[in-house]
Design a binder for this molecule. Structure first.
Ligand code: SAH
Length: 245
């Protein structure tokens, strides 16, 4: 049976742009379900991550950022499923739980300046932008970087700076950073990123080879004397960090 509700869901992408209240309700309901799944995943992985509940500011950001705007229009109805989705150019937007966890693991504060490597769709940058003062984000694929920059601007994220380039080298002129979030996987922690982390700062980064075993999501903390300690949390699977030739 093609109920009014299913009808609405099917056309909700188009309706959304016109701001129809019932379509907004469908989105709000899906986003809330996503938030509850994130909370459930956090409890299920607490033994590895050390976080059974995620910080209130992080969950508020997950409940606010319009993820359906960051995925291709034909996937908008899947935007609030707790899974990664393709965003073109062979790249993916991470699973919502992983975005929430990575944000939580850098313990973002309102006054923080954060670097993200791997802008992709711009979604992780938007989630960070809800939690901190300023976000610098670098993308190596021009088409993705430019699309994300335009979308972030359109959505009013005036505290996000975007750049096209190889994020392995960080963003020296904006350093040091209170936190660094790397969303593509290198086979080692890039030294320039360690150098650009403020003493007392936190970096979250998936490290390891591509392939069957995936990578390790590492938290790297820099102490006040400049020494770093790292701990591993979950096995994850990110696209590789590419290098500029
Ligand atoms: N954070 C993104 C998801 C990123 S997927 C989001 O929220 O949508 C990883 C991204 O890292 C891809 O877009 C890929 O092109 C980019 N990338 C890979 N190597 C990079 C590098 N060296 N510097 C910057 N970006 C890189």
């Amino acid at each position: 049976m093609f109920t009014r509700r299913r009808c609405l869901e099917a056309s909700c992408v188009a309706l959304l742009t016109s701001g129809v209240a019932e379509a907004q309700d469908v989105i709000a309901e899906r986003r809330e379900r996503m938030a509850r799944e994130i909370e459930r995943d956090a409890r299920a992985t607490a033994e590895y991550t050390g976080r059974s509940t995620l910080a209130a500011n992080v969950m508020a950001a997950m409940r606010k950022v319009p993820r359906h705007q960051f995925v291709p229009a034909d996937l908008a109805l899947m935007a609030y499923d707790n899974r990664p989705l393709p965003i073109g150019e062979g790249q993916t937007i991470s699973q919502p739980f992983i975005v929430a966890l990575m944000t939580d693991l850098v313990a973002p504060k309102k006054s923080d300046v954060v670097l993200e490597v791997g802008t992709g769709s711009g979604y992780q940058a938007a989630v960070l932008a809800e939690c901190v003062a300023r976000v610098y984000t670098i993308e190596i694929v021009r088409k993705l970087g430019e699309r994300a920059a335009a979308l972030l601007k359109q959505l009013g994220y005036s505290n996000v700076e975007t750049r096209i380039g190889d994020g392995y080298a960080g963003w020296p002129d904006a350093a040091p950073f209170d936190a660094i979030v790397v969303t593509a996987a290198p086979d080692h922690v890039p030294q320039p990123l360690i150098d650009q982390l403020r003493a007392g700062g936190r970096m979250v980064i998936p490290v390891g080879e591509q392939g069957f075993s995936g990578q390790d999501l590492l938290v790297v903390e820099k102490s006040s004397d400049g020494q770093t300690v790292q701990r591993s949390t979950l096995p994850v699977r990110f696209v590789p960090l590419r290098r500029e030739r």
